[in-house]
Write a protein that binds this ligand. Structure first.
Ligand SMILES: Nc1ncnc2c1ncn2[C@@H]1O[C@H](COP(=O)(O)OP(=O)(O)O)[C@@H](O)[C@H]1O
Ligand SMILES: [Mg+2]
Length: 297
């Protein structure tokens, strides 16, 4: 039996109804939140004794659109596993709406808080090092390719029984042999103001996605995020490991430069979503997405 089989369809509908009520009332902060990523809000369920991490995706317009995303996500998990990465057991389930749309949830067992990588490094001494540093650098080097992308940021890893586990598969980054992205951007695009969706799809999203299939960019993103997580003292450890995997080493000033531009990009994207939410609420509609709170940079 799968580890997430204990979450019934009724439970999922109850969770989805709770999210809907919170969105309608503008009370997202009351939800049982486990964590925030750049893209999604992760809920813990059941509320009283959370065992499942439930990541709410935007609504898909139809069942087939949902099924197709689900297939890509499962293919992505298989591609990561084929590259030697242990992925948390992951399921994608849908909640059908009266209008035919389907809200997607990516569901995983909750990993113990003390196994999450950012906390481990916060509690460890950079001078003594930690084996998860080299493990992440190696995992990225063996996975990233023209057809498989990886978001190697620390917040996407856990360290269990001396081995790495990957948990962020909601945005499956796969490309076909012709170089076309297999990720359906439509549900993500819906979170932005309508006039901006065409340029976001055409210019911004492909640029962001491409970064995840280029090892140097993946490392810049990983190390840039150390600054965001206030883990700067760990930067030299990572840069030393990375130097063994790249033709040209990364420097601290590369990382600081990248971090400034990346923080700007995500800051702008988040502000656009907040703006769209404010606009929809003012015009009597609901904004059907969960947004992370203010990001401290
Ligand atoms: N299975 C899980 N168990 C415990 N915490 C989790 C789990 N999945 C996600 N989280 C928490 O939620 C955060 C965001 O989840 P993630 O899947 O990385 O979403 P995003 O795509 O938005 O980055 C993680 O960094 C972690 O803190
Ligand atoms: Mg993440």
């Amino acid at each position: 039996m799968s580890a997430t089989a204990g979450l019934g369809d009724d439970d999922l509908r109850a969770l989805d109804a709770l999210v809907d009520d919170a969105l309608a009332a503008g009370r997202e902060e009351r939800l049982p939140t486990l964590g925030y990523g750049e893209i999604s809000l992760v809920l813990g369920w059941p509320e009283a004794d959370p065992r499942f991490a439930c990541k709410r995706m935007p609504a898909f317009p139809t069942r087939p659109a949902f099924e197709s995303y689900r297939r890509t996500l499962l293919d992505y998990v298989s591609a990561l596993e084929a590259a030697g990465i242990a992925v948390v057991e992951t399921e994608m389930r849908g909640v059908d709406r009266a209008d035919g749309s389907v809200v997607g949830y990516v569901i995983q067992p909750i990993l113990a808080a003390e196994t999450l990588a950012p906390g481990i490094l916060h509690r460890s001494d950079p001078a003594s090092g930690h084996p998860l540093v080299a493990a992440i650098v190696v995992a990225a080097a063996t996975t990233v390719s023209p057809r498989v992308g990886l978001d190697a940021q620390l917040s996407n890893w856990a360290w269990q029984d001396d081995r790495l586990v990957y948990l962020d598969v909601s945005t499956p980054m796969l490309w076909d042999a012709a170089g076309r992205s297999l990720l359906d951007l439509e549900p993500l695009a819906q979170a932005y103001p309508a006039v901006l969706r065409p340029p976001l799809r055409r210019f911004v999203a492909p640029r962001i996605l491409d970064g995840y299939r280029q090892l140097r960019e993946v490392y810049l993103d990983l190390t840039g995020n150390l600054l965001k997580e206030r883990l700067d003292p760990w930067l030299p450890s990572f840069l030393r490991e990375i130097a063994t995997r790249l033709p040209e080493p990364l420097t601290e000033s590369d990382v600081h430069g990248y971090y400034r531009s990346d923080a700007r990009l995500w800051g702008v994207l988040l502000r656009l979503r907040r703006l769209d939410r404010a606009w929809r609420l003012r015009t009597g509609r609901t904004y059907p997405f969960l947004l992370p709170g203010p990001i401290d940079r």
